[in-house]
Design a protein around this ligand. Sequence first.
Ligand code: SAM
Length: 262
Amino acid sequence: MATPTRPGNYREQAKTYDLTRGASPTIVRAVAEHLGEPRGRTLLDIAGGTGNYAQVFATRGFRVTVVDAQLAMLEHSARKLGGGHAVAGAAAHLPFSDGSFDCATLVHAVHLLQDPSPALREAHRVLREGPLVAVDPTRENAPLFVHEYFGLHPPDDARPSAEDIALLLRRAGFATVEHHPFVYTDTADGSLHALHTNALHLAGPAYLRNTSFWYGLDEEARRAGLDALARDLRSGRLEERVRAHYLEAAVRGHETVFAAWP
Ligand SMILES: C[S@@+](CC[C@H](N)C(=O)[O-])C[C@H]1O[C@@H](n2cnc3c(N)ncnc32)[C@H](O)[C@@H]1O
């Protein structure tokens, strides 16, 4: 049986990730609202990558551990958080005993998991009072138009709905689940959704190369897409599309934040 491939190539991305991707104040705000006061509580950042969000929450007073499946990404976390705070492990098999952490975060990773259920069950298992705060795009959020430049037309139902994810969280054992859309006010995260707020960044090869989207494209599609984006950037059309997308996102959100309590 063929091994299912994980979207993205984080061994490769680890080399450049932090050049275009950091902790977005928009996401920090949305997550912090649910995490509440640090009060020295322990926080597990699941699929925490290079530790950008973990570093912010550690600075705020949480005792943070990052777990991630990709060692090359984790090396950056270890550098930022210090030894013992970066642990190798898959979200579906967390290397921690039951109730080891007070709360947890899961930023931009649900869409990378072929079946998020085992990871959500594991998050529930290792938590005490919670919450688990997850951030990801859902079907309700403004659809991305950059795909068109690369000859892709994902169907409307390519993403799960917010209620689909809320249901998975409840089935994983979480008793209370809340979710709401949010709008990016910055591009600091460098995710494809954040890049849709800035035409110059959206057309920037260095930014796009640091997204898992890029790794799903072949060379020919990449070249043609970058050329088309550059053309529309020069003509001003890309700026117009970014503005129209922002208006849509103001209603539908760019992404959605979920907070779940055991
Ligand atoms: C888009 S990055 C997000 C990193 C971090 N949460 C952030 O927002 O900066 C996705 C991360 O998920 C990790 N990842 C993907 N699948 C995983 C899995 N099954 N278990 C643990 N980590 C995983 C990747 O290695 C990568 O570091």
